[in-house]
Design a binder for this molecule. Structure first.
Ligand code: PLP
Length: 426
C-alpha cells in the first residue's frame, strides 16, 4: 500500500490504479494456498495444555464435607466450586448453582422452563403468550440469537455501545410492551465487541420500569476473568443492583470455565436471586439427580481458590495477548487512514470486532475464503444472521498459532481493501 488517504477521496484514475495493485496483492495471496481459520472463539492447544493437570485429578472422591462425589445427589453443585464462582462473579455463594460442562445449556434450560412453566413472577408460561420478544444487543453472540430463533422468540436489536447495551433504546422497548420478556447481555468483554457494561448502564437496566412483570436479563458473564491487559476489570454487580432497585428476579447470571480449563469439559454456573435459584432447581430436579461432581472436585483441587483461577488466567493472557496484538498490527499497519474499516482493540475476551465499508462484509468473507482464510460468516453477530449494513466481521484469533494469525490477518487486510476498492470503483 502506498497512500494513507481515504480511498473515497481518490480520483477515478488513482482508484483504478490502486485496484490493479491490490488485485495483484490478492492474487499473490491466493497463490500461497493458505488454509487458515479465524472463525470460532476456541482456546488454542497451548491454552488447553495449561489445564492438563486436571487429567490426573481428583486425588480423592470425597468432597470437603465427606460426601462421596462418585454417587448421585447434590443438585446445586459442590459448595467449594460454588465458592470459587461466587468469588469470581462477585455474588453470594448462596446464589450459585454449579452444573455441567456448558453454561449455554443452562441458558437453554432457563428459557425452555420460562416458556413451559413461567418464572416465579409470570402471569402464565411464556409459551402461552401470543408472542414473546427478546432484546438483543448487536453485534452479539450468534448462539444467543440462534437459540431464540430455535425457541420461537422474536428478536429486537439494540445497539451495543462501548459501555454496554444502549440503555435509552432498551428502555423504549420495554416500557410499554409486555411481550418484551427479556434481553441478553454479555457484560464483560462482550462477544464480539469487547465492550464492558458500566456500572451506570447495569444500574439502569436493573432499575428500568418494564411492562412485563417477569422481565429477565440473561447476564452471560462468559468472559468475566478473561483479561488481556493487567487491568482486571470487575463486572457490574448485577444481582446487587437488581435487588437494590426492587427487581431481584430480573437478572440470571451465567458463567463457565470453558475458556479457563477445557472448553469441552469445564464447569458451568448460574447465579440468581433466592426465588430464581429455587425455581431453577425445582425445574432441574425433574431433569437430573445431580451434576458431575467429580469434574467439579478436580477443578477445586486444580485451582484451590479463586486466586488460583486468576493466576491461571494470567497464563492464558500470556499466550493469547500476542495474537490480539498481531491482529491490531495487521489492521493498523495496512488499513489506518483509508476510511474503509474500524475495529476494536479489546482489553479482554476472545474477539476483535471489525467493521468494514458498508455493503462489503460478505464480499470480504468470500474473498478470504477463496484465499483459504476462513472467517465467521458475515452477519452472524446479528439476529437471523442479518447485518443490515453488511459491515460487521467477527475475528477470533485464539485458536490458530501466532504465525497463522499473522498470515491470516495480512490476508484479511488485503481482502478488506480489495472489497472496498471494488465497491468504490463500481
Ligand atoms: N457465552 C458466550 C458469550 C460465549 O462466547 C460462549 C462461547 O463462545 C459461551 C457462552 C459458551 O459457553 P459454554 O461453553 O459454557 O456453554
Amino acid at each position: 500500500t502506498t497512500s494513507a488517504a481515504p480511498l473515497s477521496a481518490l480520483s477515478a484514475d488513482d482508484l483504478a490504479a490502486r485496484l490493479t495493485t491490490v488485485r495483484a496483492a490478492y492474487d499473490e495471496l491466493k497463490a500461497q494456498g493458505l488454509k487458515l481459520d479465524l472463525t470460532r472463539g476456541k482456546p488454542g492447544a497451548d491454552q488447553l495444555d495449561l489445564s492438563n493437570g486436571l487429567l490426573t485429578l481428583p486425588t480423592t472422591y470425597l468432597d470437603r464435607s465427606g460426601t462421596d462425589t462418585r454417587n448421585y445427589g447434590g443438585l446445586e453443585g459442590l459448595a467449594e466450586i460454588r465458592e470459587i464462582f461466587a468469588d469470581l462473579l462477585g455474588v453470594d455463594v448462596a446464589s450459585v448453582v454449579a452444573g455441567g460442562n456448558s453454561s449455554l445449556t443452562m441458558m437453554h434450560q432457563v428459557l425452555t422452563a420460562l416458556l413451559l412453566k413461567g418464572g416465579p413472577d409470570s402471569p402464565r408460561p411464556w409459551g402461552q403468550e401470543p408472542v414473546v420478544k427478546f432484546i438483543c444487543p448487536v453485534p452479539g453472540y450468534d448462539r444467543h440469537f440462534t437459540m431464540l430463533a430455535e425457541l420461537g422468540i422474536e428478536m429486537l436489536s439494540v445497539p451495543m455501545t462501548p459501555d454496554g447495551p444502549d440503555p435509552v433504546a432498551v428502555r423504549a422497548l420495554v416500557a410499554n410492551d409486555p411481550s418484551v420478556k427479556g434481553m441478553w447481555i454479555v457484560p464483560t468483554y462482550a462477544n464480539p465487541t469487547g465492550a464492558v457494561c458500566s456500572a451506570e448502564v447495569a444500574a439502569e437496566l436493573m432499575a428500568m420500569p418494564t411492562a412485563a412483570p417477569d422481565f429477565r436479563i440473561l447476564w452471560d458473564n462468559a468472559y468475566a476473568v478473561h483479561h488481556l491487559t493487567d487491568v482486571e476489570t470487575k463486572s457490574a454487580d448485577a444481582l446487587g443492583l437488581a435487588a437494590a432497585s426492587g427487581h431481584p428476579n430480573r437478572p440470571i447470571m451465567f458463567a463457565s470455565t470453558s475458556k479457563i480449563t477445557f472448553a469441552g469439559a469445564g464447569v458451568a454456573a448460574l447465579a440468581a436471586s433466592p426465588e430464581n435459584k429455587a425455581w431453577y432447581l425445582q425445574r432441574l430436579n425433574f431433569a437430573a439427580i445431580g451434576p458431575d461432581k467429580i469434574n467439579q472436585l478436580r477443578h477445586v483441587e486444580f485451582f484451590g481458590d479463586a486466586d488460583g483461577v486468576r493466576a491461571h488466567m494470567r497464563k492464558h493472557r500470556a499466550l493469547i495477548a500476542p495474537k490480539f496484538a498481531a491482529v491490531e498490527d495487521a489492521l493498523s499497519s495496512r488499513l489506518t487512514g483509508l476510511g474503509i474499516a474500524t475495529w476494536t482493540v479489546p482489553t479482554g475476551g476472545y474477539f476483535v470486532n471489525l467493521d468494514v465499508l458498508d455493503g462489503t462484509a460478505s464480499r470480504v468473507v468470500a474473498l478470504a475464503k477463496e484465499a483459504g482464510i476462513a472467517l465467521t460468516p458475515a452477519g452472524s453477530a446479528y439476529p437471523h444472521g442479518n447485518d443490515p449494513d453488511d459491515r460487521n466481521i467477527r475475528l477470533a484469533p485464539t485458536y490458530p498459532v501466532l504465525d497463522e494469525v499473522v498470515l491470516a490477518m495480512a490476508g484479511v487486510a488485503v481482502c478488506v481493501e480489495l472489497a472496498a476498492l471494488e465497491k468504490l470503483s463500481a
